[in-house]
Design a protein around this ligand. Structure first.
Ligand code: GTP
Ligand code: MG
Length: 330
């Protein structure tokens, strides 16, 4: 099960306490208390493993080490170790405590989530000409404590949407080496898949149905994974008695999640074209062409519709041509 939305508590380490101590060497009486160490900070680091949020399935509280207290003889306490959390690239860390938002977008990028507290000064640091035997010390500062919601939103160029069983995953497999499961029944895809077509990342999500937005089927929560795509590929099966109705059903569910999805440029594909007769195809393509232009919101790409079949190499070439054009524009 892909974990793509979790809430965790993050505590950075407390700074160590400063020491109050005096030099035992008879020749040089004086303050000798060392300072406390810094508390460990907590960082996030983007990794390519999209299932990395699984580590938080049961572990909801993350604490970095506290700084150690200072000692006599000028010995400062050790700093607490920093903690580095591996987060899948595409994670949005919503800081529920202060309303902040951090995006993890580049693999290897490390960003501070919660800063450790500074250590308290030992009494040696308080010495002065008028305070030669200071008994003051710093207590050390608390580390930052935050509640974060970690939400994974795939970073992909193109999002695949459509009813179940229309051939979304089949096409992903044809175009990329995703090797995802395909079968002749609805809801084969239970979790989003990514595939790479050269430098374009394609995101295939589970099929939507009428009422997904109210929780039917697998619901619409996976739409978060296409929120940040630039273009949608919308698949409608040529087997459908009413392709236009299918199209509208999906658009309604997209809009219910986030109306911004309706503004994205989209391309329409009438799939499984080998299962319809040429005259059927013609009628169905015409029905979809009618809505094509207006639905795209007049964005860069025309959303005219083409018929494809994974069994028809020429039609796959046409899809690749579209992808190559998108790639060239990127
Ligand atoms: N005849 C024919 N069958 C196809 C074509 N494309 C896909 N299929 C078949 O249609 C069935 C469904 O394909 P999937 O790729 O799993 O469909 P999906 O849209 O990803 O389905 P969900 O994951 O359930 O949303 C499988 O049995 C495929 O082999 C096609 O072009 N022609
Ligand atoms: Mg699928």
């Amino acid at each position: 099960m892909l974990i793509d939305d979790v809430e965790i508590k993050i505590n950075a380490g407390h700074g160590g306490k400063g020491a109050v101590a005096f030099n035992k060497n008879l020749m040089s009486l004086g303050p000798a208390g060392g300072s406390g160490g810094k508390g460990g900070s907590v960082y996030g680091e983007s990794v390519s493993d999209l299932s990395a949020l699984r580590q938080f399935r049961f572990k909801k509280k993350i604490s970095a080490e506290n700084g150690r207290d200072g000692h006599g003889q000028f010995r400062d306490g050790h700093d607490g170790s920093d903690l580095i959390l591996e987060l899948p690239v595409g994670t949005v860390a919503h800081n529920l405590t202060n309303g902040g938002e951090i995006n993890f977008e580049k693999i290897g990028e490390r960003i501070l989530l919660a800063k450790g507290g500074i250590g308290g000064k030992g009494n040696f640091q308080f010495r002065s000409s008028i305070n030669t035997t200071p008994t003051q010390f710093g207590p050390g500062m608390p580390g930052e404590n935050f509640t974060f919601r970690l939400e994974l939103k795939f970073i992909a160029d193109i999002g695949f949407v459509g009813l179940p069983n229309v051939g979304k995953t089949s096409l992903l497999n044809k175009l990329t080496n995703a090797g995802s499961k395909v079968a002749n029944y609805p809801f084969t895809t239970l979790e989003p898949n990514l595939g790479a077509y050269y430098e374009l990342i394609l995101a295939d999500i589970p099929g939507l149905i009428e009422g997904s937005s109210t929780g039917r089927g697998l619901g619409i929560k996976f739409l978060r994974h296409i929120e940040r795509t630039h273009i949608l590929f919308h698949f409608i099966s040529a087997e459908s008695p009413d392709p236009l109705k299918d199209y509208k059903t999906i658009r309604k569910e997209l809009g219910a999640w986030n109306s911004a999805l309706l503004e994205k440029p989209e391309r329409l594909f009438l799939t499984k074209s080998n299962l319809a007769t040429p005259s059927e195809l013609k009628i169905k393509l015409a029905a979809l062409s009618a809505i094509g232009g207006s639905a795209s919101g007049g964005k860069k790409i025309d959303s005219h519709v083409i018929a494809i079949s994974i069994n028809d190499a020429k039609s796959i070439k046409n899809v690749e041509k579209i992808l190559n054009d998108i790639k060239a524009e990127k």
